[in-house]
Ligand binder design. Structure first.
Ligand code: PLP
Length: 399
């Protein structure tokens, strides 16, 4: 009808489009290493045992009322402990304004809107490259974006000098988006020493660090280790912000459960900030959904279930780490003259392979292997069964 005459189809999402193309391919050989979701060694999606048990326990619950605007208090409390530390004084002193969010995406978006509302002239520094949705989120929140150096194409590692220069050259008091661990798409994280230098320089410049932590536990297998960047910044007295997500580390992708938190100067400020976050949420979705939050608080509120979760996160992380080694060894066995060290140096769900868009296209057209055109391989899609086939295809197109 004439109302929507001017509406053109939106461009396909670079990540979601890969899965669509994969599904449409009838080849029995096809491999999907585009998907950002964990698969077991048979290539099947996984529901964790701790989640099944939590669901059993909450089944038949007679509580279906609205959650408070800020979400499940219990879930938020447990979630803060994961990021800030089990016995964090900041939690005890009620210095953290935190609300349940619609997973990590919702937390980032709520923060971007909050940033716009209270610092309307600010911009956000985003790493180059980054998860493509970061650009959409801050764009739609109307916050201008700048990028900072992050990935070094020659070393396929961190461009630490470029990163430090950009931190120094940004106007004092700039907002920066940092990936807390398992950087997406590169799999490249700063070392502990580098994080310390970054934190120090942030202090000098008075920058605001906003951590997107979508993979806590998924990188090393230990959520405590994966929180080390955040803990360094806390140690240095930064007032940080964090987006947390249970999509990957609990496999709760479709439940959309996460948390946005902002560390404040004192309890009074935290109360004010939380009330403003809720004020932003109210006209958008009013209050967050109940079920995923109940799963998370049931797991983290029970010592045995939490232990089971920690074991299961480690199984997922270890499988991915194992597949990195297998992929690298297969490429070496095939006699590839290129260096594939970066496959095992990188961490988290993704391997930034260094393949060009043309090589990616060839791997899709000739070998039915699907990945984003930036050469990002989801290690979660690699299995004992397909790693040899994948290595061969990579070798053939990179010769
Ligand atoms: N941030 C990063 C870096 C991600 O990779 C993802 C998911 O792929 C997210 C945030 C958000 O995921 P979700 O909204 O499913 O929690």
């Amino acid at each position: 009808s004439s109302w929507w005459k001017s509406v053109e189809p939106a461009p396909t999402d670079p990540i979601l489009g890969v899965t669509e193309a994969f599904l449409a391919d009838p080849s029995p050989d096809k491999v999907n290493v585009g998907v950002g979701a964990y698969r077991d060694d048979n290539g099947k999606p996984v529901v964790l045992d701790c989640v099944r048990e939590a669901e059993r326990r909450i089944a038949g619950s007679s509580f279906m009322e609205y959650l408070p605007m800020g979400g499940s208090v219990k879930m938020v409390e447990e979630t803060l402990k994961l990021a800030y530390g089990e016995n964090s004084e900041l939690i005890i002193d009620k210095r953290i304004a935190a609300v349940q969010s619609l997973s990590g995406t919702g937390a980032c978006r709520l923060f971007a809107d909050f940033q716009k509302r209270f610092h309307p002239d600010s911009q956000i520094y985003i790493p180059a490259p980054t998860w493509s949705n970061h650009h959409n989120i801050w764009r739609d929140a109307d916050v201008p974006q700048r990028t900072y150096h992050y990935y070094h194409p020659e070393t396929k590692g961190l461009d630490f000098a470029g990163l430090m220069d950009d931190i120094k050259n940004a106007p004092n008091g700039s907002f920066f988006l940092l990936h807390a661990c398992a950087h997406n798409p590169t799999g490249v994280d700063p070392t502990e020493e580098q994080w310390k230098e970054i934190s120090y320089q942030f202090k000098v410049k008075g920058h605001f660090p906003f951590f997107d932590m979508a993979y806590q536990g998924f990188a090393s297998g230990d959520p405590e280790k994966d929180a080390k960047a955040i803990r360094i910044f806390l140690e240095d007295g930064h007032q940080i912000g964090i987006s947390q997500s249970y999509a990957k580390n609990m496999g709760l992708y479709g439940q959309r459960v996460g948390c946005l938190s902002l560390l404040c100067e004192d309890e009074k400020q935290a109360v004010a900030v939380k009330s403003q976050l809720q004020q932003l949420a109210r006209p958008m979705y009013s209050n967050p959904p109940l079920h995923g939050a109940a799963i998370v608080s049931t797991i983290l509120g029970d010592a045995d279930l939490k232990k089971l979760w920690l074991k299961e996160v480690k199984v997922m992380a270890d499988r991915i780490i194992g597949m990195r080694t297998a992929l690298k060894e297969n490429l070496e066995k095939l006699g590839s003259p290129l260096s594939w060290e970066h496959i095992t140096n990188q961490i988290g769900m993704f391997c930034y392979s260094g393949m060009t868009p043309e090589q990616v296209d060839r791997s899709t057209n000739e070998f039915h292997i699907y990945m984003t055109r930036n050469g990002r391989i989801s290690m979660a899609g690699v299995t004992t069964g397909n790693v040899g086939y994948l290595a061969n295809a990579i070798h053939e197109v990179t010769k």
